[in-house]
Design a protein around this ligand. Structure first.
Ligand SMILES: Nc1ncnc2c1ncn2[C@@H]1O[C@H](COP(=O)(O)OP(=O)(O)O)[C@@H](O)[C@H]1O
Ligand SMILES: Nc1ncnc2c1ncn2[C@@H]1O[C@H](COP(=O)(O)OP(=O)(O)O)[C@@H](O)[C@H]1O
Ligand code: SF4
Ligand SMILES: [Mg+2]
Ligand SMILES: [Mg+2]
Lengths: 258, 258
């Protein structure tokens, strides 16, 4: 069976950066990864594709391109990349791209065709409704990790996401795996994040420092794991990837490397 | 006729701080102001009410309290305060509170009862759909001002809001009044905001500096205009309020002070 992991968090908090680097680290370890961007911004997989713009699944559907090969693109070390996309702002539900994309991927039997070991959903978490709630419903996700900093608005969003996951845990089987702190160097950030995490009733599974090397690799259109593999930050992303693997075991049947 | 102004922008950008200070400045000038928070966070009017928690309109409706006096509360210098509220995260559309609130306020004839000179809607702008789009539809708003900083995510949201306003301008009569820069002291912030504003096709109507006095007054549960009236920042909020008055003229019939 496939690991199904979702990264949720406030827009701009660092979900895509973190997701892409986790995917790259997993690919380096030999895992087959499918990363699906669930954000109307549609740039979750950009760094895995060296900034190549791919058609969103919503756009493929709108244009009548129903081939899976038009929707899923190979990036760094064979990571399979997809972007749900979203409607024009103001026209209907912002999460509609996710709903359409998930229905389309299911109809095209993406799991059987692509055979991933790990699926990573990178999902906008400012509001957890409509399409943005879909990844944690109906069994699409098993483990949800919330990316946050010590900033008030990021923690407020984290709390909302936790509420949504807990409320929906009976309907699907999504559970809250923990908090990933993506630091913004605010005062007493660790204490602030710890306090909020305790209130939510979960654990901080990793603290990622803020590091300029992220920007450096970004300007070279790469993840840190690819662009600066010997850096401290790359080592931390690898550590985070291993931590996530250890927290998402317990699946019946064979799993690579376990 | 009543001025109907909406402040939109990314969550955490400073909409409520700016809206409350504009309202306070207008109240000091003798205007009757109705400020309506359209954010599930429901804290738009907190500083005008000295941190008193008011029932959201959605909660009033849920509890069967249909009296307008339970929904509209008087704050600083008689400013009329209301919060739309929002559903529990994950349960239905996050904008539903706004939809229910607007229908309820219309049904209770709030304009005729409260007789405001100015209505200020403070609206979450991370996604402009469902209830969050309602203020710019059907004539509820005439002038939309987008609050942004030089941060990428804030500008991305600003662009989305502008797209939504332009697309809907034929249906209602909402127009984009301009950009309010709420500075976050990032590098070359003025240039960055100017460039994005030009791409949107509008103007920066005001630059508000980042100032610790906002936090000081906040900890005293007040707006800057009330808590530090002789400060530079209070003077700037008053200037912004006057600028907004000058940009929102052109209404048939009498308007206080014009
Ligand atoms: N650990 C980090 N250190 C430095 N910069 C970071 C870090 N994580 C993210 N960033 C920066 O923050 C910005 C927003 O991150 P992104 O992953 O796009 O957010 P999201 O996907 O949550 O909207 C990116 O431009 C990225 O360069
Ligand atoms: N000009 C400013 N200077 C300093 N702090 C500010 C300024 N504007 C807003 N803030 C701070 O930013 C935080 C978020 O602002 P808020 O108005 O609640 O954002 P929003 O309503 O857009 O979510 C507040 O805690 C406030 O203290
Ligand atoms: S369900 Fe959420 S994303 Fe969809 S219209 Fe409502 S607020 Fe927007
Ligand atoms: Mg992203
Ligand atoms: Mg607010």
């Amino acid at each position: 069976p496939v690991r199904r992991i979702a990264l949720y968090g406030k827009g701009g908090i660092g979900k895509s950066t973190t997701a892409a680097n986790i995917s790259a680290a997993l690919a380096d370890l030999g895992y087959r990864v499918l990363q699906i961007g669930c954000d109307p911004k549609a740039d979750s997989t950009k760094m895995l594709l060296h900034d190549a713009s791919i058609k969103t699944i919503l756009d493929c559907v709108k244009e009548g391109n129903t081939e899976l090969s038009g929707m899923i693109h190979e990036g760094y070390k064979g990571i399979m990349c997809a972007e749900c996309g979203g409607p024009r702002p103001g026209t209907g539900c912002a999460g509609r791209g996710i709903i359409v994309a998930f229905e389309t991927l299911e109809a095209k039997d993406v799991i059987r065709v692509c055979q991933p070991d790990v699926i990573i959903y990178d999902v906008l978490g400012d509001v957890v409704c409509g399409g943005f709630a879909m990844p944690i419903r109906h069994g699409y996700t098993r483990d949800v990790f919330i990316v946050t900093s010590g900033e008030l608005m990021a923690l407020y969003a984290a709390n909302n996401i936790a509420i949504a996951v807990n409320d929906m845990s009976s309907k699907g089987y999504a559970r809250l795996g923990g908090i990933i702190q993506n630091s913004r160097d605010i005062e007493c950030e660790n204490d602030v994040v710890d306090a909020a995490t305790e209130e939510i009733g979960t654990d901080v599974i990793f603290r990622m420092p803020r590091d300029k090397i992220v920007q450096t690799c970004e300007s070279n259109k790469m993840t840190v794991v690819e662009g600066a593999p010997d850096s401290v930050q790359a080592g931390l992303y690898r550590e985070l990837a291993k931590k996530i693997l250890s927290l998402t075991k317990g699946y019946a049947g064979g799993m690579k490397g376990e």
